[in-house]
Design a protein around this ligand. Structure first.
Ligand code: KMH
Ligand code: ZN
Length: 277
């Protein structure tokens, strides 16, 4: 099975002042999307920034970003519904108005550094219900083993997602969530409900490379990008998201699991084709 590589280029946590190479403008996002697709990514996980480079859920900017990336790439466009830890739940639901191909859906609340990333059960259910209604494929974000149990409960009580495929992403190494170790990752994989058709993993910070290696070894897919990791190597910051994608693609290829094409990814995730070009 080839490897689905998702790039998460920006996130909501790092500031442009601290990390000038973080793509925060629309032009930078589009340039990043093009280069990451060329490097082997087939999905992009987007957080949007405003004119001051601050995280925003502005409806117009979200729509413009989805449209712009869709216009120049074949990447599966996934919008974050997690936003930043400061975004209210009702506003996080409005992300679907931008008609992304996919949306993140975090399966529970977690400590998140000094903050709390809030995902109460009723919010999860409402987001899930709306994703099905709007034909948007969710990616279930699992930060902890309890989130795997919550995913099972969601599927048991509300059925399968739009398209019938169940794709999850383990986010490991967040301070307050599951550690970025192969042991924790494999414990989560062992608990996955049988309905899950594909899983990927990301390691925050220094967990990045160990989790890439562990996920590939265990048959998983990969998420990389500056949302999760700002260092390419010890003492060497990431200069561009495509560097992380290219390295992940190289490791995956060495492991005899080269990157999926965007066509393969769209099929693997049962993405509704919204492309206009
Ligand atoms: N920024 C974090 C609070 C997601 O995109 O869905 C949440 C996050 C997860 O990044
Ligand atoms: Zn995110």
């Amino acid at each position: 099975m080839n490897t689905l590589i998702t790039v998460a280029p920006t996130g909501a946590e790092s500031s442009k002042a601290d990390v000038p190479q973080l793509p925060t403008t629309l032009d930078e996002l589009v340039e990043t999307a093009v280069r990451c697709e060329a490097a082997g990514a087939s999905m992009i996980h987007l957080h949007i920034r405003d004119a001051d480079h601050a995280p925003t859920l502005d409806a117009g900017l979200l729509r413009a970003s989805v449209d712009a990336v869709r216009e120049v790439t074949d990447l599966v466009v996934q919008l974050s519904t997690g936003g930043s830890v400061h975004d209210p739940l009702d506003q996080r639901l409005t992300v679907l108005d931008a008609e992304p191909d996919s949306c993140s859906l975090t399966c529970g609340t977690t400590n998140f550094g000094d903050d709390v990333f809030l995902n109460p059960w009723p919010f999860m259910v409402e987001l899930y219900r709306q994703s099905i209604e709007r034909e948007v494929v969710p990616e279930f974000e699992l930060f902890d083993l309890g989130h795997v149990a919550a995913l099972r409960r969601l599927i048991d009580t509300h059925g399968l997602p739009y398209g019938g495929k169940v794709h999850v992403d383990f986010v490991t190494g967040v301070p307050g969530s599951m550690p970025g170790t192969p042991q924790a990752l494999l414990a989560g994989v062992a608990m996955l409900p049988p309905e899950v058709t594909s899983w990927s993993a990301t390691g925050i910070g220094r967990a990045h490379l160990p989790i890439v290696a562990a996920a590939l070894s265990a048959g998983g897919h990969l998420r990389v990008g500056m949302e999760d990791n700002l260092m390419y190597a010890k003492g060497r910051p990431v200069g561009h998201n495509s560097e992380l994608v290219a390295r992940a693609a190289e490791i995956a290829t060495v492991m005899q699991r080269p990157p999926m094409t965007t066509t393969e990814a769209r099929e693997a995730l049962s993405i509704k084709d919204r492309r206009t070009r």
